[in-house]
Each structure stands twice: as C-alpha cells, then as structure tokens.
Design a protein around this ligand. Structure first.
Ligand SMILES: NC(=O)c1ccc[n+]([C@@H]2O[C@H](COP(=O)([O-])OP(=O)(O)OC[C@H]3O[C@@H](n4cnc5c(N)ncnc54)[C@H](O)[C@@H]3O)[C@@H](O)[C@H]2O)c1
Ligand SMILES: O=C(O)C[C@H](O)C(=O)O
Length: 360
C-alpha cells in the first residue's frame, strides 16, 4: 500500500477546508476559498451546464434549487438571493449529486454569481396574496427584474434566461428592453416560463378524461395571467372531445389555477412546489436542447410573430441557441378564437406597460 506524500495530504486538507467555508459562499473578495477555484474532486469534473438561480432562497427558489442539484445535466449551480443564501447553499451542497453548489448573497455578488452561466432561472420577486392580480406585483417586481437583467447583460449575455417572476406578461418585455439597451438582446434566449399552465392543464384534463396526466399534452398559448392563459383543448393529445360544460370548466380552472393556490394558501404566498416542478421540467428541456437533443417542443412566452403582438406564448422548438422555431397556433375552434381576441387585448396592455417602464 503506498502512502500519500505529505504535500498531497496537505492539499486534501486544504480542499476540505475550502468546503468548510461557511455555507460555500463566494469568498473571492478575500481570496480565500471557493468550491470552483479549489482543486477539489467535486470541481464540476462531470461535463454539464452552469446554471444560476436568482431568488434561490424563496418559496420557489428553494425546491427549484434542490431539484436542479439533482439534475445530471447540471455541473455547477449558483444560488443567488438578497437574503438567506448561506443556509440554503449549505443545506443543498450536502446532497451527494454531481453539481457543485455556490452561494451568492446580496447585490454586490450578483455579477459574480452570473459569470459563465449557460442558463439563468429567475424566480425573484414578491408573490400574490388573496385579492391581488399578478399585475399588482408590477411595481415591486419590475424593478427587481430590471436590475437582475442588467447584471445578466454584463456577466453572461449569451445565457438562456428562464423568467418566472410575475407579471410574466410584462417582465419578459422589461427584460427584452434591458437587453436591447445593453446591446445583448437575442430573442431566442429569453423565455417567459408558462410551463405551470401546461402542467395544470395536463393534470385537470387528465382528471376529466380519466387518464394518467403523463399521457396528456395540452398546448396553452397567449400569456400567463387570467384570460391571457388560453388552453387549446381542441388540440389535446391524445385526441379527445369535450362537452361545452367540460370546456367551460377546464378553461376556467386552468386560467384560475394560480388564484386557486393563492386562496388556499390564504396569505402565505402563491404556487411554489408545483412551480418548482414546472420550472425544472422547463429548464431541463432547455438544457437538453443546449446539449443538442432534437425535437424538444415546449410552450413559452417569447418574442414572437405568431400574432401581431410582440410577445406571445405558444409552442416553440428549442435547440442549441434557445428558441429555434416558433410553431404556428394551428387550427382554432370558435371558442378558442374568441378567447384569443380577449387574451390579445389584455396582453397588449401588459406588454406596453413593461416596455414603457423599461424605457423610462
Ligand atoms: N411564472 C409562473 O408560472 C409563476 C408561478 C408561481 C410564482 N411566480 C412568481 O414567482 C415569484 C416568486 O415567487 P415565490 O413564491 O418564490 O416568492 P418568495 O417571496 O417566496 O421568494 C422570492 C425570493 O426572491 C427574493 N428576492 C427579492 N428581491 C430580490 C432581488 N432583488 N434579487 C434576488 N432575489 C430577490 C426574495 O428574497 C425571496 O427569497 C413571484 O413573482 C411569483 O408571482 C410565477
Ligand atoms: O398565481 C400566481 O400569482 C402565481 C403564479 O403565476 C401561478 O400561476 O401560480
């Protein structure tokens, strides 16, 4: 049996000390330790993508961070928030999965958190309480999203951005304006996350049809608020027909799924666990597409020419550079066409509100 030379043993202890850096926080400023710069074996040895979560200590952020730590496509996971990242990072970093986790706390560390990222997921911002609309969050969340996107433009302008913060119908246009102003805007890399609407639609439709939700695929187009959420029940897979009563029930339940959770939580926030699940499902699709997998199609709220509006949610084909194709809406029935006109009216106002905020 050969003995480790002393210098190797010292190296190993230094590496362990690096891990004991309280909470695996970024310590670059005092040049001490960081999981990335230490030579530890965890150092993202496995090939994979670098992912940052902004708002990682929140109701969505925490389960999302946990689920991304499990994702085998992720080699480096950066957790950023303005509070509580030390605890969340320490906790998640003990999971025996491949991704290396680092925490970043407060705005001074924001740009460092983003350097070199392939994918940035943003669930930062305040959630609704009963009686509020998503648009009531605009005044606080618009500024948060603007600040975060300015840092993305500086530190990782080529990253794919998955934007969750509400009101998505306005925050995505805000992000686009910020990137345009910075000269980094690539419409194919900015995606508003509407996956929770699809997840809910699949669940509720499966209940009505008596199917396993995993076998059901419901396209949901438009946007992510009330009547802008437009499920295309005529295009459900497997092909299915519904009575007018079922269509009314399903459309209403899918459009108001978020409110159902907000009311059930009675002041303690909005959907977090189902959202974390949906965010990971969507992020995983983006990462598989970045890896080069073919045929990845998901619904997302993107810069679009599918309608006369500048942003619209519909099925998109994802590839190595983000959105590679925006699929047409397909044939709509009268009920859906009527819903589309109502959705577009409200969406136009929300888009304009975001654009004018960002241009101020
Ligand atoms: N797109 C969707 O389908 C969907 C679904 C659910 C919730 N949401 C939205 O996601 C957002 C977050 O919801 P939540 O339940 O996690 O809220 P939360 O309050 O539990 O968590 C939000 C986190 O954001 C952090 N934060 C605040 N300002 C920040 C900043 N400037 N930089 C970084 N982090 C900051 C907070 O510290 C907190 O940890 C809300 O706007 C909510 O409406 C969207
Ligand atoms: O409803 C909310 O405010 C949160 C989210 O947009 C949702 O759909 O659950």
């Amino acid at each position: 049996m050969s003995m480790q030379p002393n210098s190797d043993a010292n190296d190993r202890i230094a590496r362990i000390a690096a891990h004991l850096n309280p909470h695996n926080l970024n310590m670059e400023e005092n040049n001490s330790c960081s999981l990335m710069s230490s030579n530890c074996r965890l150092k993202g040895g496995a090939p994979g993508f670098k992912v940052a979560i902004l708002g990682a200590a929140g109701g969505i952020g925490q389960p999302l961070s946990m689920l991304m730590k499990i994702n085998p496509l992720v080699s480096v996971l950066h957790l950023y928030d303005v509070v509580n990242t030390p605890g969340v990072t320490a906790d998640i970093s003990h999971m025996d999965t491949g991704a290396v986790v680092r925490g970043f706390l407060g705005q001074k560390q924001l740009e460092d958190a983003l350097i070199g990222m392939d994918l940035v997921i943003i669930p930062a911002g305040v959630p609704r309480k009963p009686g509020m609309t998503r648009d009531d969050l605009f005044n606080i969340n618009a500024g948060i999203v603007k600040t975060l996107c300015e840092a993305i433009a500086k530190s990782c302008p080529k990253a794919i951005v998955n934007l969750i913060s509400n009101p998505v119908n306005s925050t995505v246009p805000i992000a686009a304006e910020v990137f345009k102003r910075a000269g980094t805007y690539d419409p194919s890399r900015l995606l508003g996350v509407t996956m929770l609407d699809v997840v809910r639609a699949n669940t509720f439709v499966a209940e009505v049809l008596g199917l396993d939700p995993r076998e059901v695929d419901v396209p949901v187009v438009g946007g992510h608020a009330g009547i802008t959420i437009l499920p295309l029940l005529s295009q459900v897979k497997p092909p299915s027909s519904f009575t007018p009563k079922e269509i009314e029930y399903l459309t209403d339940r899918i459009q108001n799924g978020g409110t159902e959770v907000v009311e059930a939580k009675a002041g303690a926030g909005s959907a977090t666990l189902s959202m974390a699940y949906a965010a990971v499902k969507f992020a995983d699709a983006c990462l598989r597409a970045l890896r080069g997998d073919a045929g990845i199609i998901e619904c997302a709220y993107v810069d679009s020419k599918v309608t006369e509006l500048p942003f619209f949610a519909s099925k998109v084909r994802l590839g190595r550079s983000g959105v590679e194709e925006i699929l047409p809406l397909g044939p709509l029935n009268d009920y859906e066409r009527e819903g589309l006109e109502k959705a577009k009216k409200e969406l136009a106002v929300s888009v304009e509100k975001g654009v004018s905020f960002a241009r101020k």
